[in-house]
Design a protein around this ligand. Structure first.
Ligand SMILES: [Mg+2]
Length: 306
């Protein structure tokens, strides 16, 4: 079921709208623009119904903010206005609202407009989805990662749950490519992605090809000790594929894995922890490769094969 967010300070009005739509959609209500913004940037809505007149932040300001955020800028917003208020309608459409609904509501018109915009959004998302998938591996590409990482990071802040950033790459891959050629190298990248994907199946897991032979995995909910164990399994499973490497550097193709688990807060900087994960990967490489090195917000390191 597609999810719709109603942002309206009037509970009566919000409940009326919800009643019209809840047969076909999963409808949530936010009573302030601030709450609406928070939920829109951390949950997977397909449409927002936005009241213009609200105390505190008004609908126009929220609409502007939604347009500025990479995660929410393509979300269709339908404004709720009063019939008499032509000026507001115009202003809303100029600001990027896809449509407006006038009070008092006609259930049929509300439904028809919502259905149309949800259909358009669904189609657009399909196209976007394709553009965010890496052709070789079928996992997310860098573009998909950029979008998803912000969304999940915000979600972790909102839910106050642990968030893990994991970077891994194929050991001595340049040597592999030089020895066996790029088409063979591509097959190795695809096999590694496939194996990692098989372990990252939970709805809270995410895997992207970060570039070349480098991957990035994100996970919500697990503490560092749990995810560390899990990553060791992935590393082992890739070694167990027994893909022959160039014998001068290693018997099998393996990966090094570095990561960090934190419970992010409002002011935490994602990029900082991404660098921490990268540093852990560097440590894994420097200390012999084919191992997992993990840390947490207290910088307490966990080492495989110490
Ligand atoms: Mg209002």
């Amino acid at each position: 079921m597609e999810k719709i967010l109603i942002v309206d300070d009037s509970a009566v009005q919000a409940i009326q709208l919800k009643a019209i739509l809840e047969d076909e959609y999963d409808v949530a209500i936010a009573q302030t623009a601030e709450e609406g913004l928070r939920r829109a940037s951390s949950e997977d809505f397909s449409l927002i119904l936005l009241d213009v007149v609200m105390p505190g932040m008004d609908g126009f300001t929220l609409l502007k903010k939604l347009q500025e955020e990479i995660i929410t800028q393509s979300l269709p917003v339908i404004l709720i206005t009063s019939l008499s208020d032509v000026e507001n309608e115009q202003r809303g459409l100029v600001l990027g609202a896809v449509d407006y609904i006038s009070k008092p509501f006609s259930p049929l018109i509300v439904k028809a407009r919502v259905n149309t915009h949800i259909k358009l959004y669904r189609y657009r998302r399909q196209v976007e989805q394709q553009s965010m998938t890496d052709q070789l591996t079928g996992v997310s590409n860098r573009r998909g990662y950029d979008l998803y990482s912000i969304m999940k990071w915000n979600e972790a802040i909102r839910l106050k749950v642990p968030f893990s950033i994991c970077m891994f790459d194929i050991d001595r891959f340049k040597v592999y490519n030089d020895t066996y050629g790029h088409p063979a190298g591509d097959k190795v990248i695809a096999s590694v992605a496939q194996t990692a994907t098989a372990y990252l199946q939970r709805s809270t897991d995410f895997l992207a090809r970060y570039g070349g032979e480098e991957f990035i995995a994100l996970s919500l909910g697990d503490h560092s000790a749990q995810i560390f164990q899990y990553m060791k399994k992935i590393r082992q499973a890739i070694e167990d594929l027994h893909i022959p490497h160039d014998p001068s550097v290693a018997q099998w193709v393996t990966v090094s894995i570095g990561g960090v688990t934190i419970i992010p807060e409002k002011d935490s900087a994602y990029d900082f922890y991404l660098k921490v994960a990268d540093t852990m990967l560097y440590d894994a490489k420097k200390n012999g490769r084919n191992r997992v090195v993990w840390t947490d917000e207290h910088m307490k390191q966990l080492w495989e094969k110490e």
